[in-house]
Design a protein around this ligand. Structure first.
Ligand code: HEC
Ligand code: HEC
Ligand code: HEC
Ligand code: HEC
Ligand code: HEC
Length: 220
């Protein structure tokens, strides 16, 4: 269904100034579910010849959950954000400040782990050895948008969107999972209905929603 190629996107964006957007309307039966296979039709007028740009581009909202990604150390959010009740931004402090939430430096871990017994705890031994040798722990990414998409953590977190709305109940997860498809339709679906937009913009909420549909909001 997603028949457009990356080449088409680059071309469409180059000509973006002339790309008049009539609107992106979720199909009538679209619901805010990450599990279901809902589709959106981008009803847009554009100056491109149809063979170069499909004006009825269909994007997918839901996708099956990704397999957990293998990690160099079996760190669990369940222990740290769950049992120990640590705040997400204790380790992902950049989420309030920048585009990326980032993963914590080993020094953040050692604030506690320098004092925690590693006897018969192979995962904690790996952590301590990496620290002693000054090695950076190469965490693998679970979430990774294509480079042509602009996304800012700060903007969402400051607006009042909870980490869990996009990442699921991370504080109950063993090895980190990805619960959202990260597809374009997923972004649009939330932008079309998130209540914080009414709270933060009042009578201008519809105007803000319209801005959020603009291709340039996410493809700069
Ligand atoms: C606020 C203190 C604190 C910080 C900061 C902290 N930990 Fe822990 N961690 C603990 C405690 C307490 C345990 C449980 C130890 C035990 O069972 O004896 C633990 C357990 C673990 C375990 C064992 C498996 C698990 O998840 O239960 C791993 C691996 C681990 N931590 C890695 C890390 C890494 C990597 C970081 C940095 C990103 C980190 N920890 C930061 C306190 C902390
Ligand atoms: C003790 C530090 C610590 C705390 C507290 C913590 N995290 Fe993490 N987080 C990590 C580490 C280390 C990784 C990289 C390993 C992994 O993916 O499990 C990570 C990875 C992630 C990822 C995946 C990143 C990617 O690769 O795409 C998400 C999402 C995430 N954390 C969200 C949260 C949320 C939400 C909370 C609060 C409920 C939280 N974290 C609390 C240390 C922490
Ligand atoms: C509106 C949805 C949304 C919210 C809210 C959100 N995230 Fe994310 N998060 C994403 C997306 C999308 C990515 C992938 C970003 C990329 O690849 O550029 C991501 C990536 C991450 C990563 C991987 C490292 C990085 O920065 O790319 C971590 C860690 C993370 N988020 C933690 C958090 C934490 C902690 C919170 C709450 C303080 C949070 N996120 C709130 C959507 C969200
Ligand atoms: C769970 C809801 C939710 C999801 C999912 C979500 N967003 Fe948002 N996003 C919001 C809200 C709410 C705002 C409005 C923030 C404001 O205007 O204060 C917003 C605003 C934005 C903005 C405007 C930032 C600016 O500087 O004006 C961009 C860009 C954006 N989102 C990109 C994305 C992308 C890309 C995705 C998907 C990968 C995504 N969002 C997924 C809720 C969400
Ligand atoms: C709210 C953010 C957002 C807005 C607004 C947005 N996009 Fe996207 N777009 C994304 C994300 C995220 C992806 C990457 C994930 C995917 O492939 O669905 C993407 C991917 C694409 C792709 C590549 C699809 C593929 O199959 O490789 C095209 C083409 C595209 N967008 C065109 C547009 C056009 C044209 C508009 C304006 C009508 C638009 N987008 C508006 C977030 C957005």
């Amino acid at each position: 269904m997603r028949q457009l190629t990356r080449v088409t996107l680059a071309f469409a964006l180059t000509l973006g100034a002339g790309l008049a957007v009539a609107g992106i309307a979720p199909s009538a039966n679209a619901e805010a579910s990450h599990e279901s296979e809902e589709t959106f039709t981008l009803g847009m007028k554009n100056p491109l010849p149809p063979e170069l740009f499909d004006s009825n581009l269909v994007v997918t909202v839901g996708e099956p959950l990704a397999e957990p990604v293998a990690q160099p150390i079996q760190f669990t959010h369940e222990r740290h954000a769950g049992t120990l009740g640590m705040d997400c931004t204790y380790c992902h402090s950049n989420a309030r400040k920048g585009l990326h939430a980032g993963v914590p430096a080993t020094s953040v871990c050692m604030g506690c782990h320098a004092l925690i017994d590693t006897t018969d705890r192979p995962e904690l031994v790996k952590l301590k050895e990496a620290w002693d040798k000054g090695e950076v722990i190469a965490w693998n990414k679970t979430h990774d948008l294509p480079d042509y998409v602009y996304f800012s953590h700060k903007r969402h977190v400051v607006a009042g969107v909870a980490c869990q709305e996009c990442h699921g109940e991370v504080q109950t997860m063993g090895v980190n999972e990805r619960v959202a498809s990260l597809k374009m339709g997923w972004c649009l679906d939330c932008h079309a209905q998130h209540p914080s937009i009414d709270d933060n913009y009042g009578t201008k909420a519809e105007l803000r929603r319209a801005e959020l549909k603009d291709c340039w909001t996410c493809h700069k």
